[in-house]
Design a protein around this ligand. Structure first.
Ligand code: AGP
Length: 616
């Protein structure tokens, strides 16, 4: 969702701002803009609906000289994605410019009040009230003090915001603040930077500062950053994050797109995650803030997540229930937050799964669970993300930056992370012996090579992708833990190929979705060698009897499936049924990508989607 960048220093601001916005494109957006303060004390800006590439073209013919500025990629919430609604937004005098990520929930009241007082608002956005509130503060109680004016303005806001503000009267200053929405700042020798996440900053620094809710940071041209809290008290030692990956990790490195790159990075991501995890306590999970006794007492686990991370939760449920014998519920965060009657026990543990660590629904759910007295454990990819900071404990999956909107390597790494948690719980409560933990861990260690094998068979996915040509819909089926692979496969296909795909537990097909079947209708059946194999084969036969074209994901050597199905995406033998979802899904990621490419779509930036969904 919206991306914010800001710079003040010795270099031309527009160059870095545009590059920063390109780096933030992965978050998802529909319009973009930049505003620069010239040394003569004027604001110059360009903004437009569409891509950052279009903004670059406009910027190249505009006078954007200046060493201080802000930029924005907008994901429309209030008001259509038009030039007029694109950020930055200005006050009445045209001397204050603001970019915003989040939602100002009381904007209608503020807008009415501002207009009644004579302010002229030009857009349909909620964000535009902010520069006008700052204008009033600068003209009154915070005269001559931009940081204070921003603080005063924020006192009027309800909702969530990450703001970057420049003013023509302060050509060497950038003011930033946040509440709820992400924002980090950095101090370097050639200036000070602000951004929604660390991605644009990776090539200028390895250390960024985090802002707490309501903190206000003043960034100066000499590169210094000073931060005050809500009460104006100076924060001498803000918490910092070290960017532990090279900036090249967020570049294509020879791959045609980020999705292809991230799919191929999965074996190494799992190796990193498992490295050094086997030890005295079975699985070493120091990130948990619970003692062994507290872990042993956990009598219920509630997993909360959205989208692909929710699918991880479904697999995690199987592992935790099977290995630790603790009942698990898996909830969509957006639903959980409005379930008024949610019941927890005294020993309920909450696990939130979120690649970005910034998904608004998931954060709200985690806060609610903490409010109900539960210990909250976050499984996330982004170091220093809000989910990690607010949880009682956080396990970083170390998958490296995931740039493509469609999650791939984070999905499989999160699954394996949840297996580590299941083993730690099972060992603590006595349901798993040290030997069993060792045996299971050795099975997890086979995953990277199994993945490599699937990746070497990508031609099978390319071949199968032609069966989706000119189709409008498809059905994905699987039983037990493989139904989760079907859900994830269908989600991937929908996200990037814009082709409808419905996923169902295979046995449920006859209760409704079977009506969709007609000659040529594509069905993807996940049918590995497991205890429900024969049942799923029966469902495949039901599909074929109605003329459907079945593409199976099956285990090497399965002659029966090979004879029945049009195409088979083969996976190697896996040591346990719970290894299969981590391996088999690679075929469905590849399949979705080939279908999308075949249809001519940008697989990294699917329409309407955002990488980090920071609004509820
Ligand atoms: C995944 O391909 C999707 N883009 C989406 O479903 C995503 O998983 C969901 O928005 C949750 O994101 P999170 O893991 O960052 O919380």
């Amino acid at each position: 969702m919206c991306g914010v960048v800001g710079y003040v220093g010795s270099k031309q601001a527009a160059d870095w701002l545009l590059d920063g916005l390109s780096t933030l494109e992965y978050r998802g957006y529909d319009s973009a803009g930049v505003q620069v303060v010239s040394q003569s004390g004027n604001l110059h800006g360009v903004k437009c609906a569409g891509r950052v590439a279009t903004l670059r073209e406009r910027a190249s013919v505009a006078n954007l000289n200046g060493t201080c500025g802000i930029g924005h990629t907008r994901w429309a919430t209030h008001g259509a994605p038009t030039d007029r609604n694109a950020h930055p937004h200005l006050d009445c005098t045209g001397r204050i410019a603001v970019v915003h990520n989040g939602i100002i929930e009381n904007f209608q009241d503020l807008r009415r009040e501002l207009m009644a007082a004579g302010h002229h608002l030009r857009s349909d956005t909620d964000s535009e009230v902010v520069p006008h509130l700052i204008e009033d503060a600068l003209a009154g109680p915070a005269a001559g003090d931009l940081a204070r004016a921003v603080r005063n303005a924020c006192e009027r806001l309800e909702g969530a915001w990450a703001l970057a503000v420049v003013c023509a009267d302060f050509p060497n200053m950038l003011v930033c603040t946040r509440k709820g929405s992400p924002l980090v700042v950095a101090s370097t020798e050639d200036g000070a930077y602000a951004a929604s996440d660390v991605m644009p900053l990776a090539n200028v620094t390895s250390t960024v500062m985090q802002l707490n809710d309501y903190d206000v940071a003043t960034l100066s041209a000499d590169g210094s950053v000073s931060i005050v809290d809500r009460d104006g008290v100076v924060i001498d030692h803000p918490s910092t994050i070290t960017i532990d990956w090279d900036a090249s990790a967020a570049t294509l490195g020879g791959h045609p797109d980020f999705m292809a790159k991230e799919i191929s990075e999965q074996p190494e991501a799992i190796e990193r995650l498992l490295s050094g995890r086997l030890g005295e306590h079975g699985v070493e999970l120091d990130e948990l803030s619970l003692t062994r006794d507290e872990l042993a007492a956990v009598d219920r686990v509630v997993i909360i997540a959205c989208g692909t991370s929710y699918h991880v939760g479904l697999v995690a449920k199987c592992a935790i229930e099977r290995w630790a014998r603790v009942p698990v519920s898996v909830e969509y965060a957006s639903e959980f937050n409005y379930n008024q009657e949610y019941l927890v026990t005294d020993h309920t543990m909450c696990v939130v799964i979120t690649q970005s660590g910034e998904t608004a629904d998931t954060l709200a759910a985690a806060r609610r669970m903490r409010g109900m007295g539960c210990n909250v454990f976050a499984i996330t990819n982004v170091i220093g993300s809000t989910a990690a900071r607010e949880a009682d404990g956080a396990l970083y999956i170390q998958a490296g930056p995931e740039v493509a909107v469609a999650s791939t390597k984070a999905y499989t790494a999160q699954m394996v992370a949840s297996y580590l948690l299941a083993m730690r719980l099972g060992f603590a409560n006595g349901h798993m012996t040290r030997e069993e933990v060792g045996r299971r861990f050795a099975q997890l260690e086979t995953i990277p090579d199994l993945m490599r094998e699937v990746l070497s068979r990508r031609w099978q996915d390319k071949q199968a992708s032609r069966l989706f040509r000119d189709k409008h819909s498809s059905l994905f089926l699987g039983r037990n833990v493989s139904s989760t692979t079907a859900y994830e496969g269908a989600l991937k296909l929908k996200e990037i190929s814009y082709q409808h795909a419905e996923a169902y537990p295979a046995g449920e097909m006859k209760h409704g979705p079977i009506a969709l079947l007609e000659p040529g209708f594509p069905v993807v059946a996940v049918v590995p060698a497991d205890h429900v194999h024969d049942k799923t084969v029966s469902n495949i036969q039901e599909c074929i009897a109605r003329g459907a074209v079945v593409i199976a994901v099956a285990t090497d050597g399965d002659e029966r499936v090979a004879k029945l199905c049009q195409e088979v995406l083969w996976i190697p033998q896996c040591a346990d049924e719970l290894i299969v979802p981590v391996v088999a899904v690679l075929h469905l990621q590849l399949l979705a990508r080939y279908v999308a490419r075949d249809r001519g779509f940008d697989v990294d930036k699917p329409r309407n989607l955002a990488k980090s969904v920071t609004v509820e």
